[in-house]
Structures are given as structure tokens and as C-alpha cells.
Design a protein around this ligand. Structure first.
Ligand code: CTP
Length: 404
């Protein structure tokens, strides 16, 4: 599949080189178009060397009259030959040009001629991003069906901190992949996802937790948003940034997670419980720090509520997906949890295999479904696994409705 990568003239232009690499790794043939000002930040040669293809720089710059005549329809040809257009960084100037249909260079002309899906990854100073002109331009582009990836909040090149940083390259690439496949199959869905570990306090300074990084749940949130869903992400404490366009509800304990999930259950259509919830907690946390003594100590722990089972009892015709983190008997344990908690699908994974599961960017899972079907998914990135889970979930819902 061919993607055309438009690069605008901003300090984040250097990151577009990494985007080209990630898109190629995903199987795209990448054609690059640099605006004249992008060439001030990064050279066309960088992209030509990375992609093995010529980089288009501008309509008329540095060309003889013959070359200009020969290439006068090049933007039409590029528009026709590529299945997705991604612009990163999309500067305030480019957003304005696209919103108003100005066509005074190759990239803006290509944009007008392009009929496929468009992904825009803005990057600029916070004040520019929040200027009413930019806000209106972004709203117009969104209304046209374009996908806006980011921007993220963080340290900006101009020395300030705020919204305006180019979204993570992997995030932009995931949106491009979904757009290229023209997947909007979760539009109209409200996907409620729990992710990460919980922290159960023992006293004011100590807590029990687990090794969950939240990566699988965050990848599911990102995939759902890329496919058009409204996403509510109930997240335990993690160290990764939330995907853009997702509503995050931060929680700490199993009880807080239960309240957040149950409070938002009614408005959801798909619920995914990927969080690694603590099974036990200290019911009455002491107000003062536990002091050291010479004697052996033991902890009195009470069970936490099983959120997946509670959701199973109240789910109605919502699709409910749980996870099973196992160190042995993965498929039979996943089946047992599916039945016990009344889920429609359980994603079983081994958490003791090196290079997958907790903390890893990779996973290898088996989907166990209430229809009796099981689907092993080969080792892949958590992003790819997330998309496969949604592919199977949508098919499962059709099968469940058909059998009613
Ligand atoms: N889960 C939950 N609430 C809990 C414990 C687990 O909602 N208090 C959910 C998890 O989010 C996951 C599923 O139940 O979707 C299975 O979690 P897992 O830890 O694999 O299983 P447990 O039911 O806790 O059983 P065990 O720890 O004995 O394997």
C-alpha cells in the first residue's frame, strides 16, 4: 500500500523521518513531499535515502521549463497512486491552507487533488494551537472527515510547556494504518476500557501493586479511537502517555476502578477489562505508618470486588471482554473465567514468557469466545493485537446477534 507523507516546515520535521521508517515497517511504500520551509529543517536526501524513492519538494523550485511542463500533473498522479495522505508535522499554516483550499505549492495542491483518507498530525506552539483561527481550521478539517492525530502536551521546542508537541510517531502510524484500511467500523461505539495495575495502600506510605504497564489497554484505546469510537479509558497508575482523543479517568485502587467502570457502564457499548486488578487489599488502611518491630509480621487482606464479574451481571447486550493473565493452563483458565464472569470474550495470555505480556510492547494471546470458538493470535505488537481483538469482537457480536 502506498502512503504519501507530507512534511511541513516546523522544528518537528526531523521526526517525520522516523514516521517514514515506521510506516515502511508496517508495509507501506512511502512517497515524501516536503514543503519549501520543511527543507529548511530537514533535507530531501534524508527521506530519499530512507524510503529509496525520490522526494518531491516543490512545484517549480529548481526545475527547468521542460521539467515543469512534464511534471505539471504530478500532483494528480501522486494523488491517484497513494491510498492515504499523512501530513506530519501539520503546521498552523498548512492547516489554514487545507481548511481554506489554498493551493500554492505541491503539498497544498496535492491535498486538493487527493480523494482518499487524510491524517493530520499538528505540531506548533501552544498559543498558535489554541488560537481561534487554528481551532476553527481544525474543526473544519475534522468535519471533512480527516483524522487529527495529536498534538500531545509536553515540553515544546520554543521553551514552553503545553499542548502542541507532535504526537508519538507510533500513534500517528497506527492512525495512518487504520485510515488506509478505511476502518471506521467502531464509529458510533462507546468503548469503555480499564488498563494498568491498581495500587492498594497498606499505610500512608506503602502499597501493593503488580507489574502491569498498561500498554495493552492503551493500545486498545488507541485502536478503538483510530477506528472511530468514543473511548473512555479508566486507568490505574502507569508511565505511558494516553492516546490522543481519548477520555482518561485516572484511578488508583480496585475500589476506585470499580466505581469508575460501573459509573460509565450504562453509556458504553463495548467494555474491555484489560486492567490487572489487585485481588486483595487492606480494607481499613491505618492512618499512621506501620512501624518496624523485631517480630515477624503478616498482613490481613480482604478480597476486592471482581469488577469483570460485576460488569458481567449488569452488561445487558453490551459486548464484554476480559483478560486472563496466566502462568499455566492458559486456555482452560480463560474458558473458566469467561463462564464464571459472564464475559463474551476472554483474551488469555501468558505473563511468564520472556518478550511478551507485562511491560513488553509485544504479546501473544488466545481469544476464547462465548460461542465456543478459540482464536490463537501469533506474537505481534500490542497495537496489532489490539486491532485483531476488535476485528474478532465485531465478528463475535454479529454471531451473537444472529443466534438470538
Ligand atoms: N478482574 C476484575 N476485578 C478483579 C480481578 C480481576 O475485573 N478484582 C478482571 C481483570 O481485569 C481481567 C479478568 O478479571 O479482565 C481476569 O483477571 P485475572 O487476574 O487473570 O484473574 P482473576 O479472576 O483475578 O483470577 P486469578 O488471579 O486467580 O487467576
Amino acid at each position: 500500500m502506498n502512503a504519501v507523507l507530507g512534511v511541513g516546515g516546523g522544528i518537528a520535521a526531523y521526526k517525520a523521518a522516523e514516521l517514514a521508517r515506521v510506516l515502511m515497517r508496517q508495509g507501506f511504500t512511502v512517497n515524501t513531499v516536503l514543503t519549501r520551509s520543511a527543507c529548511e529543517f530537514i533535507t530531501p536526501l534524508t527521506f530519499a535515502a530512507l524510503t529509496g524513492r525520490k522526494t518531491i519538494t516543490d512545484l517549480f523550485a529548481n526545475r527547468s521549463a521542460e521539467e515543469v511542463l512534464a511534471s505539471s500533473v504530478e500532483h494528480i498522479q501522486v494523488a491517484r497512486e497513494n491510498s492515504v495522505l499523512v501530513v506530519a508535522p501539520a503546521t498552523a499554516d498548512l492547516l489554514a491552507k487545507f481548511a481554506h483550499g489554498l493551493a500554492d505549492d505541491f503539498l497544498s495542491t496535492l491535498y486538493l487533488a487527493f480523494t482518499g483518507p487524510v491524517v493530520l498530525a499538528p505540531a506548533m506552539n501552544t498559543n498558535m494551537w489554541f488560537h481561534p483561527a487554528t481551532v476553527a481550521n481544525v474543526a473544519a478539517l475534522r468535519a471533512r472527515g480527516h483524522r487529527i492525530a495529536g498534538p500531545d502536551a509536553g515540553d515544546l521546542a520554543c521553551g514552553t510547556v503545553g499542548e502542541g508537541r507532535l504526537a508519538e510517531i507510533e500513534t500517528i502510524a497506527a492512525v495512518v494504518a487504520a485510515a488506509a484500511l478505511n476502518r471506521n467500523d467502531l464509529s458510533g461505539e462507546v468503548v469503555l476500557i480499564s488498563a494498568g495495575p491498581t495500587q492498594e495502600p497498606l499505610d500512608p506510605v506503602r502499597y501493593i501493586t503488580n507489574r502491569s504497564s498498561g500498554k495493552m489497554g492503551y493500545a486498545l484505546a488507541e485502536a478503538a479511537a483510530a477506528r472511530g469510537a468514543r473511548v473512555i479509558l479508566v486507568s490505574g497508575p502507569v508511565h505511558i502517555p494516553p492516546p490522543p482523543g481519548v477520555e482518561v479517568v485516572p484511578v488508583r485502587t480496585a475500589l476506585e476502578m470499580r466505581d469508575a467502570i460501573m459509573g460509565r457502564l450504562e453509556e458504553s457499548t463495548i467494555i474491555i477489562k484489560s486492567a490487572a486488578v489487585a485481588d486483595y487489599h487492606v480494607a481499613n488502611v491505618p492512618a499512621q505508618k506501620i512501624k518496624k518491630t523485631a517480630a515477624r509480621m503478616s498482613l490481613d487482606l480482604d478480597p476486592t470486588p471482581d469488577i469483570l464479574a460485576e460488569a458481567g451481571a449488569r452488561k445487558g447486550d453490551r459486548l464484554l471482554i476480559g483478560f486472563a493473565a496466566e502462568t499455566r493452563d492458559m486456555v482452560s483458565e480463560a474458558k473458566r473465567k469467561l463462564q464464571m464472569k459472564k464475559a463474551d470474550m476472554v483474551v488469555g495470555n501468558f505473563v511468564n514468557v520472556a518478550g511478551t505480556g507485562f511491560e513488553s510492547d509485544w504479546n501473544e494471546v488466545t481469544l476464547v469466545m462465548s460461542t465456543g470458538e478459540t482464536a490463537p493470535l501469533a506474537r505481534a505488537s500490542k497495537r496489532e493485537i489490539a486491532h485483531s481483538i476488535f476485528d474478532h469482537a465485531l465478528r463475535l457480536r454479529l454471531a451473537l446477534h444472529a443466534s438470538q
